[in-house]
Design a protein around this ligand. Structure first.
Ligand SMILES: Cc1cc2nc3c(=O)[nH]c(=O)nc-3n(C[C@H](O)[C@H](O)[C@H](O)COP(=O)(O)OP(=O)(O)OC[C@H]3O[C@@H](n4cnc5c(N)ncnc54)[C@H](O)[C@@H]3O)c2cc1C
Length: 377
């Protein structure tokens, strides 16, 4: 566990080289334009860096959660907005991987890999985010179909997605046991999206509202049994949080590297600012966060890959790494002084991009709630 195997190192190097060539040089451009990075997506597809967790029989890489996490850290080092946009398919397909029938997998996973489509994950609603069981979207059975109604918000890649995995209540009176999950195609009547939402950071990872109005969803597009939705969502979190934590470490590591370089070059009072203990200790703390966070993220991935319960460690990883990204980005801005506040230097973007890690995939408070609950399990 303390050394990556040769295969993992090769994957890391592939992602690192791709990031240095294709992502880092274009990060500022996509941050400015807010466009979805189609060109980079297709290049990443060519080298096998998207659809990582889709099994090989459906055209993916069949990657483990640890492999996904390694790629996530590398790509987020270059731009966490582009990384999020490119890797969202892996979140969106998790309900299909976890609960799909062979027919559902063959039909939809193969389309994603063969046609180069994007999928999005639709849980959050305007009035229900942390409180997942409080969603209000409904799917009402009518013979061999469901009528889907509801509004989802903050759906990453929603503006460009062709497929959605959607959570809705099939029995609104039954609380968390009344939730089910469906595969919904974008071009079905009644599906529409808002304009991309304006946001603080991760501009390349466009997010929007998704509206479902009397959408007819065939019964064969339900994932698992009626009422399985909440359980599916919880299992998704165990697999989605490790790569998100690792991506946060990518941001934290980039902030550290930028700060180390700048502090070595910038002079004040006749010497490099790195010589001042006040700056050097900040750098040391940043390095500690990167090392510690990576171990937590990778361990949470390794546990789930090896069939062990990782709920608590994944929550620890997500909480710790999100805070590490935010703190390192903030400290990097501080070390850059006035230049840190300027858009001409890269750390201002890191600070805007880092904040979201404390919010999406469950806020830091929700992670701590999970840890607290697990301690008494
Ligand atoms: C850029 C972006 C991309 C996103 N992408 C997606 C996506 O692709 N798909 C998707 O489904 N969702 C997505 N989300 C939604 C995201 O997961 C939610 O915003 C998040 O879970 C928080 O929910 P909320 O915004 O409703 O906040 P709320 O749940 O209203 O929380 C508000 C505050 O209250 C705190 N709080 C709530 N409950 C508790 C509690 N029990 N104990 C302590 N504190 C609590 C929270 O920590 C937070 O600080 C995205 C959000 C953003 C901003």
């Amino acid at each position: 566990m303390y050394e990556l195997s040769d295969d993992l190192r090769m994957l890391r190097d592939l992602a690192r080289e791709f990031t240095a060539k294709e992502i880092t040089p274009r990060a500022a451009e996509y941050d400015e334009s807010g466009e979805w990075p189609w060109e980079i997506f297709h290049k990443a597809r060519e080298v096998g860096l998207v659809n990582l967790n889709i099994p090989e029989e459906y055209g993916g890489l069949g990657a483990t959660v640890l492999e996904e996490s390694i790629v996530a850290e590398e790509m987020a080092y270059g731009c966490s907005g582009i990384q999020t946009a490119l890797m969202l398919n892996q979140l969106a397909v998790l309900p299909i991987l976890l609960a799909g029938t062979p027919e559902q997998k063959a039909r939809y996973l193969s389309r994603l890999t063969e046609e180069g489509l994007v999928a999005a994950y639709c849980m959050t609603e305007p009035d229900a985010g942390s409180d997942v069981a409080g969603i209000k979207a409904t799917a009402t059975r009518r013979g061999d179909r469901y009528l889907l109604n509801g509004t989802k918000t903050w759906i990453t890649d929603g503006p460009v997605a062709s497929l959605f995995t959607v959570f809705a209540k099939t029995d609104p009176e039954a609380g968390r046991r009344g939730m089910s999950c469906f595969i919904v195609e974008r071009d079905w009547p009644g599906v529409s999206t808002s304009k991309p939402l304006e946001k603080m950071g991760q501009h390349a990872a466009q997010a929007c509202q998704v509206f479902f109005e009397e959408v007819e969803v065939p019964v064969e597009n339900r994932l698992g049994k009626e009422g399985d939705g909440f359980l599916i969502a919880m299992k998704v979190f165990d697999r989605s949080r490790p790569p998100v934590a690792a991506a946060a470490i990518g941001v934290a590591r980039r902030a550290l590297d930028e700060a180390v370089r700048y502090a070595g070059e910038r002079h004040a009072f006749g010497q490099p600012i790195a010589h001042f203990q006040g700056v050097g200790f900040m750098l040391a703390d940043m390095a500690i966060r990167v090392e510690a966070g990576r171990h937590l993220a990778y361990k949470s991935a390794w546990l789930v890959d090896n069939g062990q319960r990782n709920t608590m460690v994944a929550a620890m990883a997500k909480a710790f790494c999100a805070d590490a990204a935010m703190q390192n980005a903030t400290d990097a801005v501080q070390i850059f002084g006035g230049n840190g506040y300027s858009r001409e230097y890269p750390v201002e973007k890191l600070m805007r991009d880092a904040k979201i890690y404390q919010i999406y995939e469950g806020t830091t408070q929700i992670q701590k709630r999970i840890i607290q609950r697990e301690l008494y399990r």
